[in-house]
Design a protein. Structure first.
Length: 253
C-alpha cells in the first residue's frame, strides 16, 4: 500500500520566534505547494504563532505543537489546550515523546487522553513510542512497544486511526554512541506495524504512517526512507538547520 511520506522537524526547546523567521525565510522557498511528502515543523508554544503566520494556510508546510493538555480549559497553570493550538493554526500535535515520558513521567494513560483530545479537536496526533537501551538489551523491545501502542491508543477507533501518525524513536540510539542500522530500523518498524494489525486490522495497519526518529541526518535519510515500513522521519537535532532539514526532506520526495 502506498503511504505518503511525512517528514517532521522537532525543534524541541530551541528556535525563538525571531530565529524561526530567519529559518523559514531560507526553508520555505525550497518547497512549492505541491510536494510528494507532508512536511511538518514542530515549534515551541511561544514560536508557534510566528511560524504559523509565516507559513500561511496554503503552503506545503504544516505546523505541529510539541505537546498539549488533555484538559479543555481551567485552572491548569502552564498548560496549553487544543482550542489555543487551533487558534494559532496548528495541524499536528507531537505526543508521548521519549523526553516527555522520561523527564516528565507521562504514562500511556495520560498520553491516551491527549491523543483523544487531539483527535476530538480535529488535529492529527504524532504518537511517539520507543525503548531505552536497558529495555532493548534486556530483550524487552517488543513488550515495551506493544504496551505503549495499546495503552496510548486505547479506545481509539479504526476510523480515527486515519489521521494518527506513529513515530518510532529508538531511545537507545540517542546520545549513547550506538546507532541503528537501516535493517534494524526496518525490523522494528515492521514489528510496530504488526502490532497495529493486531489492534486495528490489516487495512488500518497498512494505511498508517510510521515515522522513524533515531538520529536521522542528510547522510542516512535516503537509505532509511527506502525501507518498506519507514514512512518518514521525526527529526530532532538535524532539523535545527534549514539546509540540513531540507536535504532530509528531499530524500523522501
Amino acid at each position: 500500500m502506498s503511504r505518503k511520506p511525512i517528514i517532521a522537524a522537532n525543534w524541541k526547546m530551541n528556535v525563538t520566534p525571531t530565529e524561526a523567521a530567519t529559518y523559514l525565510e531560507t526553508f520555505l522557498p525550497l518547497f512549492p505547494a505541491a510536494v510528494a511528502s507532508d512536511i511538518v515543523i514542530g515549534a515551541s508554544f511561544v514560536t508557534l504563532p510566528k511560524a504559523a503566520s509565516l507559513i500561511g494556510p496554503s503552503a506545503a508546510v504544516e505546523i505541529a505543537a510539541q505537546n498539549m493538555s488533555h484538559e479543555a480549559n481551567g485552572a491548569f497553570t502552564g498548560e496549553t489546550s487544543a482550542a489555543m493550538l487551533l487558534d494559532v493554526g496548528v495541524d499536528y500535535v507531537i505526543l508521548g515523546h521519549s523526553e516527555r515520558r522520561s523527564l516528565y513521567q507521562e504514562c500511556d494513560g495520560v498520553i491516551n487522553k491527549k491523543v483523544k483530545a487531539t483527535l476530538a479537536a480535529g488535529m492529527k496526533p504524532i504518537l511517539c513510542i520507543g525503548e531505552t537501551l536497558e529495555e532493548r538489551d534486556g530483550g524487552h523491545l517488543e513488550t515495551v512497544l506493544r504496551t505503549q501502542l495499546s495503552g496510548s491508543l486505547a479506545d481509539i477507533t479504526a476510523a480515527q486511526m486515519a489521521t494518527v501518525v506513529i513515530a518510532y524513536e529508538p531511545v537507545w540510539a540517542i546520545g549513547t554512541g550506538r546507532t541503528a542500522t537501516s535493517e534494524q530500523a526496518q525490523e522494528t518498524q515492521a514489528y510496530v506495524r504488526s502490532v497495529l494489525v493486531d489492534l486495528f486490522g490489516s487495512d488500518v495497519a497498512g494505511a498508517t504512517r510510521i515515522q522513524y526518529g533515531g538520529s536521522v541526518k542528510p547522510g542516512n535519510a535516503a537509505e532509511l526512507i527506502g525501507q518498506p515500513d519507514i514512512d518518514g522521519f521525526l527529526v530532532g537535532g538535524a532539523s535545527l538547520d534549514p539546509v540540513s532539514f531540507s536535504e532530509i526532506v528531499k530524500a523522501a520526495l
